[in-house]
Design a protein around this ligand. Structure first.
Ligand SMILES: NC(=O)c1ccc[n+]([C@@H]2O[C@H](COP(=O)([O-])OP(=O)(O)OC[C@H]3O[C@@H](n4cnc5c(N)ncnc54)[C@H](OP(=O)(O)O)[C@@H]3O)[C@@H](O)[C@H]2O)c1
Length: 375
């Protein structure tokens, strides 16, 4: 019997790639033996970069996701940064890679693809990582390109920005289509058009077949939207990236995805980039109390809770100390009492499609099912 969301099935799908795990985690499968490169079907590389000792790197476990079980780091760096300052994001990507992060999350919308690509190339050049194959890159297609004929060109543009031949994961950013234009938000309500989910997903499958996206998935999909997609997909989505943290726990969605072998990935795992005083996660008295008792930060309690749900996550920080703190969550666990307290936290979704739209205007397309609150 396992006490939390990492059930037997999940445990078979997760493995550590570096030794030294605490006895509390003895249930993980045998760590893979070290090697330097990773191809799509090989085990993930875990060797130290040239000139570095492996002890200087943190140990980020991986989930095996998608139809053939490709490794995906449990924690990645988010690069949506408000305000966006290119040099800050470049420095954060390099610092994260130095600390042992291998997954970087970007999107056509974030304007960060170019700098992510540059920083990754620099990391390879400087020997921080051995090669591109050691990295896991996620990008996303924005609503303005969510049209069958624009999907492949949009991915090609992302690859051009990244200066890469493929992304490891390509996601539909939101289940919504907006009249073609450069990715932007807020979007005008009158520009929303009906989304051709079947045509869009076929184009995603084509992106995968062409080898330009090792895995394909979705973001901000509810269980209803996933059901619609699963009914037409030849290749099921490997991942659903959604808002997930102790103040928006998504139990229904997590259970549904577990049943369909879709990996849930958390975004805004620390409650997003709102000013700290307005942040329900970082201002949570319950998380603070648990953190104090365990000698952990509020951020670590939130991230550890997400990991214990069997979800991977992307978390954004521009600060070295926080980047480090955010991956020091794998050699301890929450108690049953902690989990019970977290289960009582009032629930509130922070990011809705309404936030992405201009306040004025009307839409002839019913988008109410995009914002359904599932508990
Ligand atoms: N698919 C989607 O629709 C979607 C939507 C939103 C976000 N995302 C992705 O998810 C990523 C993460 O989500 P997010 O950026 O919304 O928010 P988040 O990761 O929940 O929180 C980021 C904020 O927390 C602060 N922070 C980070 N570590 C901290 C720590 N240890 N202690 C205290 N504060 C800390 C950061 O400030 P500093 O930088 O100053 O440290 C930043 O302001 C994004 O960057 C993006 O890649 C995806």
């Amino acid at each position: 019997m396992y006490k939390f969301g990492l059930n037997k099935k999940n445990l078979c799908r997760i493995r550590m790639h570096i030794l030294n795990f605490s006895p509390a985690h003895a249930f993980y499968t045998t760590p893979a033996s070290p090697h330097k490169h990773r191809g799509p079907h090989k085990q993930r590389g875990m060797a130290s970069p040239a000139g570095r000792s492996s002890t200087s790197l943190s140990k980020i476990p991986e989930f095996l996701v998608g139809p053939i079980g490709q490794p995906m780091p449990a924690v990645g760096l988010g690069t949506a940064s408000h305000p966006f300052v290119e040099e800050e994001v470049r420095a954060a990507v390099l610092t994260a890679l130095e600390l042992g992060y291998r997954h970087i999350d970007t999107a056509a919308l974030y304007a960060s693809e170019r700098v992510v690509g540059k920083a990754m190339a620099e990391a390879v050049q400087r020997g921080i990582v051995v090669s591109r194959e050691e990295l896991f890159v996620t990008s996303k297609v924005w609503c303005t390109q969510c049209h069958p004929e624009l999907m492949l060109p949009s991915l090609k543009e992302s690859l051009q920005n990244l200066q890469m031949e493929y992304v490891d994961l390509y996601l539909i950013h939101w289940p919504m289509a907006v009249k073609p234009s450069k990715p932007h938000f807020p979007m005008k309500r009158e520009d929303i058009v009906p989304m051709d989910l079947s045509g869009v997903w076929k184009a995603m499958e084509e992106c995968h077949r062409l080898g330009l996206a090792k895995m394909i998935g979705v973001s901000n999909f509810t269980t209803k939207k996933l059901q619609e997609l699963l009914a037409i997909a030849k290749i099921p989505p490997a991942i659903n990236q959604v808002e997930l943290n102790p103040t928006w726990q998504q139990k229904k969605l997590i259970d549904f995805c577990k049943g369909k072998s879709i990996q849930v990935a958390a975004y805004s795992p620390l409650g997003g980039q709102r000013i700290p005083k307005m942040n329900p996660v970082r201002q949570s008295d319950i998380l603070e109390e648990i953190g104090k008792a365990r000698g952990k930060s509020v951020a670590q309690i939130s991230l550890r809770w997400i990991y214990e749900q069997g979800a991977s996550m992307v978390v954004k920080s521009l600060k070295r100390e926080r980047l480090k703190e955010n991956i020091e969550i794998f050699d301890w666990e929450l108690s049953d009492e902690d989990r019970l307290k977290i289960a009582q936290i009032p629930q509130r979704k922070l990011i809705t499609v309404q936030n992405l739209l201009c306040p004025e205007g009307i839409s002839s397309v019913d988008i109410s099912d995009v914002d359904v609150l599932e508990m």
